[in-house]
Design a protein around this ligand. Structure first.
Ligand code: PXL
Length: 282
């Protein structure tokens, strides 16, 4: 019997040297969600659990080359977009995605500020993100602060923010509930608004929770789920990753753990790891 092809998901996002957020979180979330993860790195951040100390923006042609390399050979079943940083990067990503079939879902996590409070999207790039990229995406997943920024309104509640952002063009809006009074995500597509309740884990470790959420959502779509089911799935995966977060890594906000790293596939005992092949290749 032929085995089913493993779903493929591309993350176009920034690198977090501390391993908590960005592409590092995305690849862990993809592995946890049963899809093959690939990356096009947009920016390299020097970062730990307390601060971002430097950012290098990858040249636009290298971003386009990474996406093109993935699309021309491997192909994708969904794309997740995270940290973009500059207007030049946003334009490069838009150019790179013109080669994408229109039935491939694109999930945008509109990253603006790091967990530790550093600006990850230049203020001058906000217009490009809102006017050029947002109308092209299938799902956008702002947290409350990002939703206020995109909608240009500080006083609306999460449901009205979702409506205002939906009017800007994306097919689906999911306002994540991590910073709301009620711990629920708001899901809105062209026909329905649904509150997705969940637990809040204030004692967990949440660095990378937004990245994990949007990656799990993209993985759900790549596996064939509807946007609503994928949003529910992502809510559960990211909450679990926060609950299970690695509080003892670094002195600041510890990284989420979507993979259950302590119980990793080969974590138990080095001596009882997998047997080497009987006839090792010399
Ligand atoms: O969580 C948003 C985010 C995305 N991408 C990178 C980050 C962060 C937050 O710190 O560092 C690279």
């Amino acid at each position: 019997m032929a085995t089913r092809r493993i779903p493929r998901v591309l993350s176009i996002a920034g690198s977090d040297s501390g391993g908590g957020a960005g592409i590092q979180a995305d690849l862990k979330a993809f592995a946890a969600c049963g899809v093959h993860g690939m990356t096009a790195v947009t920016a390299i951040t020097a970062q730990n659990t307390v601060a971002v100390t430097a950012v290098h923006h990858v040249p636009p042609e290298i971003i386009e080359a990474q996406v093109s390399a993935v699309l021309t050979d491997i192909g994708v079943d969904a794309v997740k977009i995270g940290m973009l940083g500059t207007a030049a990067t946003i334009e490069a990503v838009i150019r790179a995605l013109t080669g994408l079939s229109s039935d491939v879902p694109v999930v945008l996590d509109p990253v603006m500020v790091s967990e530790s409070g550093s600006v990850l999207l230049e203020p001058s790039a906000r217009t490009a993100l809102i006017e050029q990229l947002l109308p092209l995406v299938t799902v956008v997943t702002p947290n409350l602060a990002e939703a206020r920024e995109i909608a240009g309104n500080d006083s609306l509640g999460a449901q009205d923010l979702a409506r205002a952002i939906h009017a800007l063009g994306p097919a689906v809006v999911v306002v994540t509930g991590g910073h709301r009074n009620v711990p629920a995500d708001v899901y809105l597509d062209g026909s329905q608004l649904v509150e997705l309740p969940g637990e809040r884990y204030p004692d967990g470790a949440a660095h990378g929770s937004g990245c994990t959420h949007s990656s799990a959502l993209a993985a759900g779509l790549a596996r064939g789920a509807s946007p609503l089911d994928a949003a529910r799935f992502a809510r559960g995966v990211s909450a679990e990753a926060v609950r299970n977060g690695l509080r003892d890594i670094g002195s600041g906000a510890g990284p989420v753990d979507a993979l259950d790293i302590r119980r990793g596939r080969f974590a138990a005992d080095i001596r009882s790891g997998p047997e080497p092949p009987a006839n090792p290749v010399k």
